[in-house]
Design a protein around this ligand. Sequence first.
Ligand SMILES: C[S@@+](CC[C@H](N)C(=O)[O-])C[C@H]1O[C@@H](n2cnc3c(N)ncnc32)[C@H](O)[C@@H]1O
Length: 283
Amino acid sequence: MSHTDQNQEKNKEHFEKLYANYNISNILHWLNHLDSFLDSATTTETSWFALYQGNFRNRLKGKKVLEMGCGDCTNVAVMAALGAEVYANDIASASGEIVRKLNENYAFKHPIIFVEGDFLNNELAAQSFDFIVGKAFLHHLEIPLEREFLRETARLLKPDGEARFFEPAVNSRILDEIRWHIPIGGRPSKFDKAAFAKWKESDPHPDRSFSSKHWKKAGAAFFNDVRIIPVGTLERFSRLFGWGERRNKFKRWALKNEKRLPWALNSFFTRSQLIVYKGVIIK
Ligand SMILES: C[S@@+](CC[C@H](N)C(=O)[O-])C[C@H]1O[C@@H](n2cnc3c(N)ncnc32)[C@H](O)[C@@H]1O
């Protein structure tokens, strides 16, 4: 089995487990309080803040949208509730089961369509999507496979379509090394060599570049207009604020104000990024 196939197997195994028997009641609650959910998520949570920048929320109605790596399907459900015609794909078939339950329990104008199986062999029509999005998705692919997904993104987008990807950013080796040495959640510190190696075995992330420079170059092979927007330079310090409203207050302040920082500083210290590709290069 090739290295890329092994990584994909690891992803499938990890995420099938994570989403098995997923309870959709939270998603349904958010759909039933959509405005207040989005007001809060897009001002407090890095991934929502990033992906929904530039009035994305109001640009979705009536648009044909594809989400790659839809995971627990919260975002596909939100986009469908906002009136988009949504196609969803994930390597984990458990995501398809979530989509089925969502369609059964919420009256979307257009039920969500799950694209089953190996996405690169899909039969979707060329130039048929207004938006293609991915939330914490591309960085799960090894770089040669990512290139195929970007090629497919360019094939599926309408000439005036737009791709939006929210991904982690690692633009400084030193900061990255520091990060690996601080234990977080279930991940041990790199100082604890044995525990770290054990954790790494089950981690579904490939060893690859997560730099803005990489995604700039990768996108430029298929798109004329490539924009990288750093997100999370100040927000990354929210961990110092414990949990609860104090932390959320800091996050809101940080996300709102960090764009005032000089671009170079933001780009160096950022922990994540919104990647926007437009202007498909027609080949
Ligand atoms: C970090 S999760 C993000 C899920 C979701 N987008 C979110 O924001 O919560 C990455 C997702 O990518 C999916 N994935 C990984 N490789 C994939 C592939 N080749 N094709 C489709 N989905 C893939 C995983 O199964 C997982 O659901």
